[in-house]
Every structure is written in structure tokens, then in C-alpha cells.
Write a protein that binds this ligand. Structure first.
Ligand SMILES: NC(=O)c1ccc[n+]([C@@H]2O[C@H](COP(=O)([O-])OP(=O)(O)OC[C@H]3O[C@@H](n4cnc5c(N)ncnc54)[C@H](O)[C@@H]3O)[C@@H](O)[C@H]2O)c1
Length: 341
């Protein structure tokens, strides 16, 4: 079995809670280096997992012979770090949103191609058991044609999640580029594209800063029309102060599919003929309740088995493209057609 030498760049909350422990638990991985602008965070990782600590990712890529890299930095650095890692010959797992523009996203995809390395994007919603079950049910066709949907992802805000607390980069446009829409909304847009096996053709959106001291949005409500004809809403919020909402409801000709974020039953199918199916398949991960994302194992598997990653750069770019169209809609106060990418 091949052992991959892995470096993790950006050693904040997502690295601490998900990437690094999941790499450490993967028998095909050796964690060899960590990098964070805050030296102590990289050093803390080294103390716990071994390897070497860096504060400059370019130096890490020069000095270390790594097979794969996780990019867990602030959003505006995703593209430059991913491209540098690919050019250094490393497979790349980049967090979402993958980039700040289509140009950057295309450059990342090209860099991976040029260097013959994998590029995977951390859209972990696709791997959560309730969503996997929902996908299976939708693919069975028992709901008939899908007509409408609503999907929501909200919690108290990135300021209560980020390692940087209330001063976090998440709230600053020059570091995050987009707020709740890019943090949570991109997840649910990606989820709907994948669940419905369809693409968004048109969007309209409010993307606003309602309550937080931030120069990015803390709430976004988006109307989406799918190419297949379904219409739906996506809500992303950083102001659900009482608790998280991570739910989706999909209405078809023959009934409704509900995806809940509760511990007992996560997927419920209610058909117009009176049939009710309840599935207990494992919970959706929340900020407070972290469960294994499966992202790291999927990434490592794609490298070891030399197959396409579960969520490719192209998929990440398509979801980013919808976010960019929603931002344009909010700015111009018009419906925006989503061009194919
Ligand atoms: N897939 C998910 O469910 C999920 C969940 C949370 C965060 N994320 C994404 O992960 C990324 C990191 O988020 P987080 O929650 O860990 O944030 P965080 O604020 O907790 O940590 C980010 C860390 O990155 C470091 N950093 C920033 N730029 C850097 C650079 N150029 N080089 C090295 N280190 C750098 C910062 O110093 C900070 O310690 C973001 O893009 C975020 O959107 C994804």
C-alpha cells in the first residue's frame, strides 16, 4: 500500500477538527508538514502529529517532498496555494469556495492537469450519509419529476467557528471575498446540483449584511431555476444564533423527500399514495457536532487508486459559478442567467 506524504496549509478550525485528524486516521498517510501564518498553530500540529512547521507555504513546498496537500487557508489564498502545490507536483485537496473568480478556478484546474495531479474540492455535504441516502432515493425515480425544493444552511456565524474568533478573516472582504453565501451557500448550491443531477440556469438573490460587523454578507436568500425545470430556494445565514439549520426538502410529482438534521431520523419520504419511509442513516455534521467528513478518505483514495476525486475541480467551479451569478444578481437587482462552465 502506497504511503502519501501530506502537508496541511492553513492550520485553523477545519484543519484541527477535520483534515488533520482524518489524515492521521488514514493508514495510507504520513503527515510531514504544517503551515500557518500564525506560527503557534503549525507548531501545535507538529507537537501533536509530528512533521515540520512552516509559516510560508512556498518555503514548505520548496523544502518538503510532499505527495499531497490540503489547502485550508482563508478563501482569497486558495488559488495561489493550490496552483503552487500542483506545480510542486502535489495532489491538492482545496477547501471551498475553491476560488474568488472563474479565472482563478480555471487556472487551478489547468495547473492540476499540467502537472498530472488530482484536484478535489471540500464539498463535504455530498458525502454526508443523509445526502447519500437522498441521492439514492432520488435516483430511484420514486418521487417522479422534481418540481420544487428549499434548502437551508445557517448557524451563528463564522466568528463563532474560526480559530480567529470575532476578528476572523471570514468577516473581511479582502480575505474572504464573500460571506455566508460563499461559506454556507456554496455548499447547498453544490448539494442541489448533485442531488438533482441538474444545473442551475438562472438565479436571483438578496446577499446582504444584516446584523454582523462585516463587509461581507451575513445572509443570502437565493431563487434558483434548474435546467430541468425545477425551481427552488437556498438560504445561507450566519445569524441563526439559537442553533444550526442544515435541512433540505425536495418536492416531486409523487411526494416529498425531507432531509433533517436531527439525531434520530434524517431522511423521510412521504408519497401521495400514503406511504411513509423513514431512514436513520447517520447525522449531518454540524459545527457543534463534528462527525467524520469522509472528504480526506475520498481524496486519499482518489490518489492511491488513481481515479477522479469524488468532487473534482470542475464541479467546484460549477458551484462557484452559481455563487458568482447570485452576487451579480444581488448587485444589479436582476435575474441572472448562469452560463455553462
Ligand atoms: N468544508 C467545510 O465544511 C468547511 C468548514 C469550515 C471551513 N471551511 C473552509 O476552510 C478554509 C479554512 O477555514 P477555517 O474554518 O479553518 O478558518 P480559520 O480561521 O479557523 O483558520 C484559517 C487559518 O488559515 C491560516 N492562513 C490564512 N492564509 C494563510 C496562508 N496563505 N498560508 C498559511 N496559513 C494561512 C490563518 O492564519 C488561520 O489560522 C476556508 O476556506 C473555509 O471556507 C470549510
Amino acid at each position: 500500500m502506497q504511503t502519501l506524504k501530506v502537508a496541511v496549509i492553513g492550520n485553523g478550525s477545519i484543519a484541527i477538527h477535520r483534515h488533520v485528524p482524518e489524515y492521521a486516521a488514514n493508514e495510507n498517510v504520513e503527515l510531514v508538514a504544517f503551515c500557518d501564518l500564525t506560527k503557534e498553530l503549525a507548531e501545535d500540529m507538529v507537537a501533536k502529529y509530528g512533521g515540520r512547521a512552516y509559516t510560508n507555504y512556498k518555503e514548505l513546498l520548496e523544502k518538503e517532498d510532499v505527495d499531497a496537500v490540503s489547502v485550508c487557508t482563508q478563501n482569497v489564498d486558495h488559488a495561489q496555494v493550490s496552483i503552487a502545490a500542483a506545480n510542486a507536483g502535489a495532489h491538492v485537496l482545496c477547501e471551498k469556495p475553491m476560488a474568488t473568480s472563474l479565472e482563478e478556478a480555471k487556472e487551478m484546474i489547468q495547473a492540476a492537469k499540467d502537472n498530472n495531479v488530482k484536484l478535489m474540492i471540500g464539498h463535504n455535504q455530498r458525502l454526508m450519509p443523509p445526502h447519500v441516502k437522498a441521492k439514492e432515493i432520488l435516483a430511484s425515480g420514486k418521487l417522479g419529476n422534481i418540481l420544487t425544493y428549499k434548502t437551508t444552511f445557517g448557524h451563528g456565524g463564522a466568528d463563532s467557528w474560526s480559530i480567529q474568533g470575532k476578528d476572523t478573516w471570514f468577516l473581511k472582504k479582502n480575505k474572504a471575498f464573500v460571506g455566508a453565501m460563499g461559506d454556507l451557500g456554496v455548499h447547498k448550491i453544490d448539494l442541489m446540483r448533485w442531488l438533482l443531477d441538474d444545473e442551475v440556469s438562472e438565479v436571483s438573490a438578496f446577499v446582504e449584511t444584516i446584523h454582523k460587523e462585516a463587509d461581507v454578507d451575513d445572509n443570502a436568500v437565493t431563487l434558483m431555476r434548474m435546467k430541468g425545470g425545477a425551481i427552488g430556494t437556498m438560504t445561507a445565514s450566519w445569524t441563526y444564533y439559537k442553533g444550526e439549520d442544515n435541512t433540505t426538502t425536495i418536492y416531486g410529482e409523487n411526494g416529498v423527500l425531507e432531509i433533517h438534521d436531527n439525531p434520530n431520523v434524517q431522511v423521510v419520504v412521504k408519497l401521495v399514495d400514503g406511504t411513509v419511509e423513514r431512514y436513520s442513516v447517520g447525522e449531518v455534521a454540524t459545527n457543534d457536532k463534528q462527525v467524520a467528513s469522509g472528504v480526506i478518505d475520498a481524496f486519499v483514495k482518489s490518489v492511491v487508486d488513481q481515479e477522479d476525486p469524488a468532487i473534482t475541480g470542475e464541479e467546484g467551479m460549477k458551484s462557484l459559478n452559481v455563487v458568482l451569478a447570485a452576487l451579480e444578481s444581488a448587485e444589479t437587482k436582476r435575474f441572472v442567467s448562469v452560463e455553462s462552465v
